[in-house]
Design a protein around this ligand. Structure first.
Ligand code: SAH
Length: 264
């Protein structure tokens, strides 16, 4: 029987391997080490560092306290877009509740959704911001949903590594629950959730199309695009649906070109 203490059954490890923790612009290397330790205690292993301010650093390895293998394997990339381009589901952790135009999850729900998506073959990222300023709005725009730990509303900002620990624990609970349940069948590739890269391609084409049909009429496109992103991200589009929508946009762009007539 699989109890939480028994060795991991084969289904656990490949699912855990599709979950990555992304730390953006971390300022204190000690927090990177402490985050690595937090992940290892929960049986997770993938750490991605986006433009850390001071890394590699001795302090990070000191605070990793035995999780230095995980730290040594950490990937360092330049931008959040690089860190999540192959992901199907990206959640941004924010100390400020309801300040972002994104669907918001509590940690338990976030853990369940993340593990469910990974069990179906998707790559999943949980993104954490800078100690002083968190994630920028542009970075949150790259996320499909936000996660907020319902802390003391008057003092809601946890230490970065402590926040990683809370979410890593929730991922572990969801992974352990998965061991008790049958593994969901992986969907056909067409029905798999669209990758981040494909969704961003769709959003770029949507932006171009709205310009081509003069949707904004002189207004700045930012607010409409934010709302549209939220709408489409909430829909959990699969690869086939993204292709369908892009086909419609391509036709709209073609019609707009025809309506403009031959270039002078
Ligand atoms: N001063 C920053 C907080 C930074 S704490 C701000 O006001 O945004 C560093 C990171 O830890 C945050 O970007 C977030 O990813 C995570 N974090 C801290 N507290 C959190 C909370 N209550 N819920 C979710 N994530 C939290």
């Amino acid at each position: 029987m699989n109890t939480p203490d028994s060795p991991l059954i084969p289904s656990f490890a490949p699912v855990a391997a599709r979950l990555r923790i992304v730390l953006v612009g971390t300022q204190h290397p000690g927090n990177i080490g402490a985050a690595a330790r937090a992940l290892k205690t929960m049986g997770l292993s993938r750490l991605v560092l986006v433009a850390p301010e001071d890394y590699p650093a001795e302090e990070a390895f000191r605070r990793a306290a035995g999780a230095d293998d995980l730290l040594g394997d950490a990937q360092v990339v330049a931008t959040l877009a690089d860190a999540v381009s192959d992901c199907h589901f990206v959640m941004g952790c924010t100390a400020r509740s309801r300040r972002v135009a994104l669907e918001e999850h509590a940690p338990r729900q976030a853990g369940e959704r993340a593990v469910h998506a990974a069990a179906q073959g998707g790559e999943v990222a949980l993104v954490f911001g800078r100690e002083r300023t968190g994630l920028t709005n542009e970075e949150l725009q790259l996320c499909h949903a936000a996660v907020h730990i319902p802390a003391n509303p008057d003092y809601s900002s946890l230490n970065l590594a402590a926040a990683v620990q809370v979410l890593a624990y929730e991922l572990r609970l969801a992974l352990l629950a998965l061991q008790q349940a049958p593994v969901p069948e992986a969907p056909h590739p067409d029905e798999a959730p669209a990758s981040h890269e494909h969704l961003e391609g769709f959003f770029a084409q949507l932006g171009d199309t709205l310009d081509a049909i003069d949707f904004h009429k002189g207004r700045t496109p930012d607010s409409a695009m934010r709302k549209l992103r939220r709408l489409y991200l909430r829909a959990n589009l699969n690869e086939q649906e993204v292709r369908l929508l892009r086909g419609i946009l391509a036709d709209a762009q073609r019609m707009a070109r025809l309506a403009r007539g031959p270039a002078a």
